[in-house]
Design a protein around this ligand. Structure first.
Ligand code: UT7
Length: 332
């Protein structure tokens, strides 16, 4: 039987209008533009207005992606949304998005894997295409991280932003191009280091959890930093080695955008120049599941991706979760 390879055939994005610069944050919390830029590389972030919900951003990114491809929502077989900030505990944001965009023939689900949610969703969607069962899979990464932030914790308040990106997966016309290889990992030992402690079944919302501010993100930044550098770099380097990609052969590296210093450390381990790395953390901050599809979209818009390019992706997030994908780019 002929092997079917999955390919990204379109990209899309949505960013909320409201932009907060580091200077704006100086008026809200005790911080400085200098500290944020030096420690993280972040200069500004977008925040969604309260009450809009994840589906507002995810559906717009999805429609941007479909419009660029000239594909109607009713042609979509499957919608997978990588997210940690669904509209509701249930139903899934995928259901809401399906209804909002009119994807009449689709099924779908949300996928939760911390900041690796989009990467896991992309590898899952790719296998649905490879199985031959589905022809058009919409993969979205979308997060409203502002819901987890409080000005009372300056160590996390400055790090995150809201945003969404989407890609369309279809069978590749050229079997040598598309999603070539991937590897994903989890290690639950990391759970306590990056967590929203309440609001789930183990610790449902009570007056006490609200009073204790347990619905906001908690992060042990230094520990997460250490494991992010090691695991992302190890995975990206091993993805290059097992596909016989030398540093000079690699065209583009698309890392999860959590901290510029993590990205630079990964690039050093991969022995690649920063010119080969997509960096947009300065504009968007850490949009968790949004980072990688937003990078795809920016890379396409800036003309930094051409057909046949060898691209490595890597991510790391809460869980801990991490992974890497090797793609030969298919879009012109
Ligand atoms: O996407 C999911 C994965 N997440 C990550 O990969 C994030 C990984 N971690 C990080 O990126 C970094 O650890 C941070 C950016 C979160 C923090 O950077 P750091 O270099 O590890 O700083 P730190 O936490 O060790 O804090 C250094 C100092 C502290 O002051 P003292 O104790 O040295 O006096 C903090 O209180 O910086 C202080 N600080 C701040 N100062 C100004 C913490 N937050 C701020 C702030 N503005 N916003």
């Amino acid at each position: 039987m002929k092997f079917i390879r999955a390919a990204i055939t379109s990209v899309g994005k949505f960013l909320p209008q409201r932009i907060l610069t580091n200077k704006d944050l100086e008026d809200i919390i005790e911080t400085s533009d200098e500290w944020i830029v030096q420690r993280t590389g972040i200069r500004s972030r977008h925040f969604l207005d309260p009450g809009m919900g994840n589906s507002y951003m995810a559906s717009r990114a999805a429609m941007d992606c479909l419009n660029r491809a000239g594909v109607s929502p009713s042609e979509i077989d499957t919608i997978i949304i990588g997210t940690i900030s669904a509209d509701n505990v249930f139903p899934s944001t995928a259901c809401t998005v399906q209804n909002m965009i009119g994807a009449d023939n689709a099924w779908g689900f949300d996928l939760s894997a911390g900041c690796s949610g989009f990467l896991y969703a992309l590898t899952t969607g790719a296998q649905y295409i490879e199985s031959g069962r589905y022809k058009k899979v919409l993969v979205v990464g979308s997060d409203v991280n502002s819901m987890y932030l409080t000005p009372e914790d300056r160590s996390t308040y400055v790090l995150f932003g809201d945003g969404a990106g989407a890609v369309l997966l279809e069978p590749s016309v050229d079997p040598d191009l598309g999603i070539i290889d991937f590897a994903n990992r989890i290690d639950g030992f990391g759970g306590p280091y990056l967590i929203v402690k309440a609001g789930g079944s183990k610790r449902p919302a009570t007056l006490e959890t609200v009073k204790n501010k347990e619905h906001f993100v908690y992060q042990d930044g230094r520990t997460v930093f250490k494991y992010a550098v090691k695991n992302m770099a190890d995975m990206a380097v091993s993805m290059m080695e097992r596909n016989n990609i030398e540093s000079h052969d690699l065209d583009l590296f698309i890392p999860h955008q959590a901290n510029l210093r993590i990205i630079e450390a990964c690039a050093r381990r991969m022995k690649i120049d920063l010119e080969k790395v997509i960096i947009n953390i300065d504009k968007y901050a850490n949009t968790t599941c949004g980072t990688i599809p937003l990078c795809f979209c920016d890379a396409v818009e800036e003309g930094r991706l051409k057909k046949g390019d060898k691209v490595i992706i890597a991510s790391f997030g809460a869980g801990f979760t991490w992974g890497s994908i090797y793609i030969r780019w298919t879009m012109d």
